[in-house]
Design a binder for this molecule. Sequence first.
Ligand SMILES: [Zn+2]
Length: 114
Amino acid sequence: METKTCSKCGVVKDVELFRKKKNQCKSCVTEYQRKYHRKHRRKYRQENKEELNKKKRKYYEENKEEINKKQRKYYEENKEEIRERHRKWRQEKAKEKLFIMLIKMMSLNKKDKK
Ligand SMILES: [Zn+2]
């Protein structure tokens, strides 16, 4: 087996895991591309926000029925799970509220003592 050392991660790997004439292994190249694309995409999104929103809206208008149908179908198929998620979310929110109330009450008590 022929091996090569990756110039990026420094791991010795089978040449099969390198692209021809490249000193970086495939996983490093893939990782790099992924990062690059992500960065690029974010920039693209920021620069074309208006345009993209318009497109999204247009797409929605044109496919409203289809989208609604899909959403309904998804809801029907995942009813239980969605309900459970909502229930948990509400519980968390309630806990948070209670906590905030408690803190407020405690700080009021402190003021009273002064
Ligand atoms: Zn590598």
